[in-house]
Write a protein that binds this ligand. Structure first.
Ligand code: NAP
Length: 512
């Protein structure tokens, strides 16, 4: 989160795995937008490293295709692109080739000399996780970690596949880099609407007094996708929804929603407060996982007018796959603020809609003095924070209908990002890359955060891995997930709020 004025120091960004999808689709379009916005340092250089042989020109051509296709601004203007791309170079090398790291070090020293500066050095691991430790180890051997003020390493998700592997990766990185040098990406934290949860809660005086168990009945976090696994079967088959989404994105959203007010907006303070939340989450007992967690896998169904095939019918998916494409959890936070308030989390693929939202369901009025003309129009107060694709906040409350009798029905007040600010929203990677250049780790995961998040999901992971699901596939593509996810809330007399709750929505729309 950058100060409004400054530009970062000169920076050399080394991207490992630069021939891959992430570099082309996210990292370089984000850098290009920062460049267009005048936010990149005057002096910057990007060195792509990967095994695939490519010339500088071929590398630039590939990146240009990515920008034209994936940038939020659409096709790049030639003049802008030429100026930007002149800063890009490519080195074909094996990730364990010590000599390559030696000559990389020389190249970085030469850059410093030509810029007459001690440039920030960013080593971005955009490779599969299997290569993370190799690259970090070689950077260590080449001494490229040493100047701690300016050498930074960026590690993509997934960070481990369970608590043990996350700990081991933390240890390996920690042998070379100090914790403030390590930037673990959870790109959800770079989203404007996710950061706005902090602004909403802590830059306003009126919400904090009601942000607790006295006024809030339950909290619901939904990250739903209507797409399936596309061509990612190899990755997804060994990952599943719990690892892919809940351990990182959903738990981070929960942390921002539930954390105590920070004393200051700095990396340590914000991260201390989020770790406090993770540590206060009541552990789910292994033998009671069924009471707190639901898994699902999509079968065939209809998305719009099209028939969508089942997960098990996808290429490279086992015909009897036990991988979950849907996960829902009920969590409690054992502290004064949240005691007894359930936090329901759900995520899934091939759901009815692509939407990410936090729903805050407030308690009902203590006594209904008004005789309602229509009970069907009754709704508890609800706050819906839409993270994507809609970017807005809705407060739903009861209002009197015009007319001679006292009759109330729900209405909404809405804040919409685009209408209020009329400026395009930067992509999460733009925010995050700028933060790395600035040395601001607030929106990155600290080692203890990652491990605490893995601890929360570990009993569920272990239980699901030890017992094959008997009912898969258990939800139709295009639905809101398995019936057991509704039952999870029904036990507490709750229902899932529809994340598409919006202007004029009636109670019927609220049911998913
Ligand atoms: N793509 C996304 O949108 C996205 C989103 C979030 C997180 N991530 C994470 O970002 C990292 C990179 O993702 P990506 O989508 O760019 O992956 P990718 O295209 O599969 O891999 C990036 C590059 O890594 C190199 N590589 C090294 N060892 C490899 C191996 N064993 N198998 C395959 N490639 C290997 C390849 O380059 P050479 O063969 O030329 O060396 C490849 O071009 C991953 O950790 C991923 O989980 C990606």
């Amino acid at each position: 989160m950058m100060e409004p004025s400054a530009k970062p120091q000169p920076a050399a960004i080394v991207i490992f795995g630069a021939s891959g999808d992430l570099t082309q689709r996210k990292v370089v379009p984000a850098l290009f937008n920062l460049f267009l916005d005048g936010l990149l340092p005057e002096k910057f250089s990007v060195i792509g490293v990967a095994r695939k042989p490519m010339s500088d020109d071929e590398f630039r051509k590939r990146l240009r295709e990515g920008v034209d296709k994936f940038s939020r601004r659409g096709r790049a203007a030639d003049a802008d692109w030429q100026k930007f791309a002149a800063n890009f170079h490519y080195r074909a090398a094996a990730y364990d080739d010590a000599g390559a790291y030696g000559s990389l070090a020389e190249q970085l020293t030469q850059l410093d000399k030509s810029w007459d500066a001690s440039a920030t050095r960013i080593f971005y691991l955009a490779t599969p996780p299997s290569v993370f430790e190799t690259v970090a180890g070689q950077l260590g051997r080449a001494g490229l970690y040493k100047e701690r003020q300016r050498a930074r390493i960026v590690v993509e998700k997934p960070f481990g596949r369970d608590l043990a592997s996350a700990r081991s990766l933390n240890k390996s990185l920690g042998r070379i880099f100090s914790e403030p040098q390590i930037y673990r990406i959870d790109h959800y934290l770079g989203k404007e609407t996710v950061q706005n949860i902090l602004a909403f809660r802590f830059a306003n005086a009126i919400f904090e007094p009601i942000w607790n168990r006295r006024y809030i009945d339950n909290v619901q976090i939904t990250v739903a996708e209507s797409i399936g696994i596309e061509n990612r079967a190899h990755f997804y088959e060994r990952t599943g929804a719990l690892r892919d989404m809940v351990q990182n994105h959903l738990l981070q959203i929960l942390c921002l929603t539930a954390m105590e007010p920070p004393v200051a907006f700095n990396a340590d303070e914000i991260r201390n407060k989020t770790v406090d939340v993770l540590r206060a989450i009541r552990p789910i007992p292994r033998e009671k996982v069924r009471e707190f967690a639901v898994r699902g896998q999509y079968g065939e169904g209809k998305i719009g007018e099209k028939i969508a095939p089942a997960y098990r019918a996808a290429r490279d998916v086992a015909p009897d796959s036990a991988t979950e494409t849907f996960a829902a959890l009920k969590l409690f936070i054992d502290n004064w603020r949240w005691q007894g308030v359930p936090f329901y989390l759900r995520t899934g693929k091939r759901l009815a809609q692509t939407v990410s939202a936090v729903g805050i369901q407030f308690r009902p009025v203590p006594h209904q003095a008004i005789s309602y003309c229509s009970v069907g129009d009754w709704r508890q107060n609800c706050l819906m924070i839409h993270i994507q694709p809609e970017e807005d906040i809705l407060l739903s409350f009861q209002a009197k209908q015009p007319g001679p009798i006292m009759c109330v029905s729900p209405v909404d007040m809405r804040f919409c990002y685009h209408e209020a600010f009329q400026t395009p929203t930067p992509e999460a990677y733009e925010t995050l890359l700028l933060d790395v250049m600035e040395g601001d780790a607030t929106l990155f995961m600290r080692a203890d955060q990652v491990e605490a998040a893995w601890s929360v999901v570990t009993p569920v992971l272990e239980s699901w891995e030890s017992e094959r699901p008997k009912d898969f596939p258990n939800y139709a593509s295009g639905s809101w997930g398995p019936e057991s996810a509704d039952a999870l809330l029904a036990k507490d007399n709750h229902t899932w709020l529809s994340p598409s709750i919006g202007l004029g929505a009636k109670k019927a729309d609220l049911k998913s």
